[in-house]
Design a protein around this ligand. Structure first.
Ligand SMILES: NC(=O)C1=CN([C@@H]2O[C@H](COP(=O)(O)OP(=O)(O)OC[C@H]3O[C@@H](n4cnc5c(N)ncnc54)[C@H](O)[C@@H]3O)[C@@H](O)[C@H]2O)C=CC1
Ligand SMILES: O=C(O)C(=O)Cc1ccc(O)cc1
Length: 307
């Protein structure tokens, strides 16, 4: 059964996240009309070939005319440019949101451009893959996953409720946080793992005594998991690093200290220290599985839509 939540939805940026949202809107019948805009002609053409929307334009300013919901899904470093382009054509009462992986910087870039009467509600769905572009998206990506809102103090409750209903329709669970806290939490659970992955794969690639073909041939599953993360989009992750600089540097400092502790325990043969840490961290994995956040589990994400 379809429930129209918005008359016209405009999607700016139609990569992995934007195209997954587009597929869900269509599958669930959440809008009368979907307008798609992206910077590159080639990507826009591909979105049209895939039938992701009803209208297509490279002009973000044109795309937002008369839109009731605008979702910006571009690399976080481009948020300010997009906000500046669309600001003059945003309809009073419209809801403007984003999906960026960092929040304080996105707010700083976008909020100054948002006209009075437009409801700007920053958001971040905690769902994705290492792939990018319109072909990489898929319906159901957000099922069972968290979507975090970082509303501004003046945010209108009715607009917040409408955006909440939209993400719930996509199967997400909603949380709210202040942007600085969001950026710290995400620095440790998402940004650092990607940085560590880029680093370890880079280190393996630089080794003089182990060849690239040996790395590929003998890659154990642990290393393979890192290569998946390290295959993530370079533009997106460059922007995340530059736009969550303080929180990432804080977490990297903690990480380096803890790594030095491990390094020392290995050097001095302190097996009890190694064992104590490895036993403690094992329980975190168990807690994730118990909390239903294990995406590898066969029924992951079914609870929200299938009830
Ligand atoms: N990839 C992931 O797993 C997740 C990504 N995010 C966030 O979602 C946003 C989008 O990421 P993806 O969809 O993965 O990236 P993507 O690279 O697949 O798609 C980005 C899209 O933005 C467009 N674009 C870039 N600059 C633009 C501009 N100035 N004006 C208009 N369009 C522009 C590109 O043409 C492309 O269509 C990023 O802010 C990212 O931090 C959030 C959750 C998960
Ligand atoms: O591919 C993965 O494992 C991810 O962690 C995807 C992801 C990337 C960035 C986000 O802001 C949220 C989710």
């Amino acid at each position: 059964m379809s429930t129209i939540l918005f008359n016209r939805i405009t999607l700016i940026g139609i990569g992995l996240i934007g195209s997954s949202i587009a597929r869900d809107i269509k599958a669930l019948g959440l809008a009368h009309e979907v307008v798609i805009s992206t910077r590159s002609e080639a990507t826009l053409k591909r979105a049209e070939e895939l039938g992701l929307g009803d209208r297509y334009t490279v002009s973000a300013a044109e795309a937002v005319r008369d839109a009731d919901l605008i979702i910006v899904s571009v690399p976080v470093g481009s948020s300010g440019t997009v906000a500046e382009q669309i600001a003059p054509n945003l309809k009073p009462g419209a809801i403007l949101t984003d999906v960026g992986s960092t929040k304080a910087s996105v707010i700083a870039q976008m909020a100054p451009h948002v006209p009075e009467g437009v409801h700007f509600i920053p958001g971040h769905p905690l769902a994705g893959t290492e792939k990018s572009g319109p072909d990489a998206g898929f319906a159901g990506l957000f099922r069972g996953r968290w979507c975090i809102f970082t509303p501004l103090p003046e945010t209108d409750e009715t607009a917040l409720g409408k955006l909440r209903d939209f993400w719930i329709a996509l199967g997400s669970r909603i949380d709210e946080m202040d942007p600085q806290h969001h950026d710290k939490v995400l620095a440790i659970v998402s940004h650092l793992p990607h940085i560590i992955a880029y680093n370890i794969v880079g280190t393996a690639d630089d080794l003089e005594t182990v060849t690239e073909s040996e790395v590929i041939k003998y890659s154990a599953s642990g290393f393979r998991d890192f290569t998946r993360l390290a295959a993530s989009d370079p533009t997106m992750w460059r922007d995340v690093c530059l736009h969550n600089k303080d929180a990432i540097l804080e977490m990297l400092a903690r990480f380096s200290e803890d790594l030095a502790y491990l390094q020392r325990a290995i050097r001095w043969g302190e097996g009890d220290k190694l064992f104590e840490l490895f036993a403690r961290t094992r329980t975190i994995r168990r807690s994730i599985v118990q909390a239903g956040q294990d995406v590898d589990a066969p029924d992951f994400g079914r609870h929200a839509l299938d009830k």
